[in-house]
Ligand binder design. Structure first.
Ligand SMILES: [Fe+2]
Ligand SMILES: [Fe+2]
Length: 256
């Protein structure tokens, strides 16, 4: 069993040679992670003034609490080293359902990536963040499907076989009403020529989390290879308009 003192955030810290004291760096969480909590108002207390720091320093660069990424990170590396495991399972199961349904490979990829933001970046407006993250690397219909699945999830389409999810009643309450921008984006997507692919994502977007699922990331190697334009420099280092978003997942606890 892992030493609890060596665990942080569910990840095992890299082992140190015997007897060497661990000099942990100070982590100041990002504003979005602390807003609305007391920590938001106290999080700089340890470092202001900087003379308080002593031998400890602020987190910058590779975080020993996280697996080290390669110099040119691939999409699968993020799945394996950064994304929340239950979310990865959900993505794999959604993609598997899509594969079995006979939808084309673009649809399978959309399902595999649809909650990528929840898995590695941000929950709120995850469809929009996720779409932005993948936009330089996939077909724009896939981007559309990821962006709009978030809004479409709130609106049934009996003809397509999509009912309002019981899980949303359980999670948000029977009286929850989506914000007006979600309704507007649903209406936009509903009338769009690519509605079918976005709706298909919602049809395969089940809350059937099975931690012991037998599906493996490698089952999707070929589809990702054909439809995800992996940059040779690695995600985060290709100078794309979203490279910084991937770098934020490589070094999520950097101070700056
Ligand atoms: Fe989603
Ligand atoms: Fe989902």
């Amino acid at each position: 069993m892992a030493d609890p003192a060596a665990m942080k955030g569910g990840f095992a810290l890299a082992p140190l040679p015997d007897g060497e004291p661990r000099l942990e760096k100070i982590v100041v969480k990002s504003a979005l992670a602390t807003m609305g909590t007391p920590e938001h108002l106290t999080k700089y207390e340890e470092i202001v003034p900087p003379s308080k720091l002593g031998a400890r320093k602020l987190m910058m660069g590779d975080d020993p609490a996280l697996p080290k990424m390669s110099a040119a990170p691939t999409l699968f590396e993020f799945f394996e080293k950064r994304f929340q495991p239950l979310n990865v399972d959900h993505l794999l199961q959604s993609a598997t359902l899509a594969l079995k349904s006979g939808i084309g490979e673009k649809g399978v990829l959309a399902c595999l990536l649809h909650d990528i933001s929840v898995a590695g970046l941000l929950n709120g407006d995850h469809g929009y963040w996720g779409a932005q993250l993948i936009a330089p690397y996939v077909d724009e219909e896939v981007v559309f499907a990821v962006r709009y699945h978030q809004a479409l999830r709130f609106f049934p389409d009996p003809e397509a076989g999509y009912d309002y999810p019981q899980a949303y009643i359980d999670l948000f309450g029977a009286d929850y009403k989506p914000e007006p921008y979600i309704k507007a984006d649903y209406e936009f997507a509903r009338a769009h020529k690519w509605y079918g692919l976005a709706r298909m994502v919602t049809l395969n977007d089940l809350y059937s989390f099975q931690p012991d699922s037998q599906v493996k990331l490698e089952d999707f190697t070929d589809i990702v290879g054909r439809h995800f334009r992996q940059p040779v420099e690695g995600l985060g280092f290709d100078n794309s308009p979203v490279a910084h978003m991937w770098r934020s997942m490589i070094w999520p606890r950097n101070f700056l």
